[in-house]
Design a protein around this ligand. Structure first.
Ligand SMILES: Nc1ncnc2c1ncn2[C@@H]1O[C@H](COP(=O)(O)OP(=O)(O)O)[C@@H](O)[C@H]1O
Ligand SMILES: [Mg+2]
Length: 410
């Protein structure tokens, strides 16, 4: 979701090259200069000298000729990649090969690097390849699980937190990165429930969302002892503010390019950015409770979501605090099935004491009671394979754009 910087919508390919090497400059000009399709800009000099001034707006590829004899070049490169994030891609050219430098570049998420002498064909191919975005852009992006309340106090925060914690130990090596994002700016409790200090400063990024880069995000992320990253702002209960949708989508774009799993805690109110968040999600859970109004609201919400976002993920209803007493009056599972049909996917059992203790101590349910039924149910839920058409976010996958670049809301 490059809301601020997007790949150019026309077919013009914009290549920016920064180099202090006259010979390389000549090669670049000969390679790209002749093509009417390529808008080439050469910035003479080192990256240390001119890197911070490169305007990356609308640029397709940045080629950096890194002068490793010059101290400060790697730092300048880091500043540049922090600024570009996942778009535009940065290709680095160096005079020789150095394993440490190569490693640093991988960490900076440089798209590719070439060692001189570089042939024109090699340069063109590399630029063309990185300009298409990562080959496996879909799978490289985070899986996004969004929790949306059908009624107040249904347990969105509780289930979002427990799911985010479970996702930490998923993945091929039993370890993945997982980030919980609290978008309930007014009444959010994620940080509170996990006993963390909320560090997201909305006022700082609101004025100027493009300032939000990897580094700023890191500063604004809190970490739970489990390793879970949490992005939450201090509550402003008295302030009913509507945020710039760009800020929210940019935040999610950045988060989704740095974590394997992103779990979103949504507010009940529908904001201008809500559509974009839902459309960008891979799984969309609507949380309700076992009451007639609860089921009715869930049904209405599911219908509304389908009408509004017909290409988005299928809403899946979870009935939380589920308790079925065989011989007493009250709603039964078949009533839920009757009301919600195939949109009903799970009943999460009621266990007040367990949930209470987890919240009070800021720890996962599993730590208090291994194998508890709430965790088991959530495990099953996230393990459920969803068919491709259901998981695919409704975004046009243009190179470099992320899930949230939808702008339905704008
Ligand atoms: N499965 C559950 N069993 C028992 N209590 C629960 C369960 N899920 C949530 N709760 C309780 O319900 C209350 C509301 O939960 P919370 O997650 O804050 O909801 P929301 O974010 O939707 O407002 C909390 O007191 C929490 O302890
Ligand atoms: Mg909540």
């Amino acid at each position: 979701m490059r809301l601020v910087r997007q790949p150019p919508t026309n077919n013009q390919t914009r290549v920016v090259v920064i180099t202090a090497d006259a010979e390389f400059e000549q090669l670049v000009r000969a390679t790209f200069g002749a093509s009417g399709q390529i808008d080439l800009r050469v910035i003479p000099g080192t990256l240390t000298g001119g890197g911070d001034k490169i305007d990356v707006d609308g640029v397709t590829v940045v080629v950096v000729d890194l002068d490793l004899n010059h101290t400060g070049e790697l730092h300048a490169l880091e500043r540049l990649t922090n600024r570009t994030g996942s778009w535009p891609p940065v290709v680095v050219v160096t005079q020789g090969f150095d394993a440490n430098v190569a490693r640093a570049m991988v960490q900076m998420r440089v798209a590719d690097f070439l060692v001189k002498p570089v042939s024109p064909v090699e340069l063109v191919r590399t630029c063309a390849r990185v300009a298409k975005g990562p080959a496996n852009a879909e799978s490289a992006d985070a899986q996004i699980y969004t929790f949306l309340p059908a009624v107040g106090g249904a347990g969105v925060t509780t289930l979002a937190i427990q799911t985010a914690l479970l996702l930490l130990s998923s993945g091929p090596r039993g370890r993945s990165s997982s980030c919980l994002v609290d978008l309930d700016f007014q009444h959010g409790t994620c940080a509170d429930y996990l006993d963390l200090e909320p560090r997201l400063d909305l006022s700082e990024i609101e004025q100027c969302p493009e300032r939000l880069d990897r580094q700023l995000l890191e500063v604004m992320t809190s970490y739970h002892a489990s390793g879970l990253a949490v992005i939450a702002a201090p509550n402003r209960p008295a302030e009913m503010r509507s945020f710039n949708p760009d800020m929210v989508t940019r935040l999610l774009d950045l988060v989704s390019s740095h974590f394997d799993h992103v779990v979103i805690d949504m507010p009940r109110t529908w904001f201008s950015w809500t559509d974009a968040v839902l459309l960008g999600s891979n799984r969309l859970f609507v949380i309700s409770e076992l009451t007639v109004p609860g089921l009715r609201q869930a049904k209405q919400l599911v219908t509304a979501i389908r009408e509004r976002l017909d290409q988005g993920p299928q809403p899946e209803v979870i009935v939380n605090r589920f308790e079925e007493r065989m011989f007493s009056p009250g709603l039964k599972k078949h009533d839920v099935v009757h009301a919600l049909g195939k949109d009903f996917i799970a009943a999460v059992p009621n266990n007040y004491r367990l949930v209470r203790e987890a919240i009070d101590r800021g720890v996962p349910l599993e730590e208090i009671k291994p194998g508890n039924k709430i965790t088991q149910q959530l495990k099953k839920l996230i393990a459920t394979p969803v068919t491709k058409s259901e998981t695919a976010p409704a975004t046009a996958t243009t190179a470099g754009t992320k899930n949230f670049n939808l702008s339905l809301a704008r």
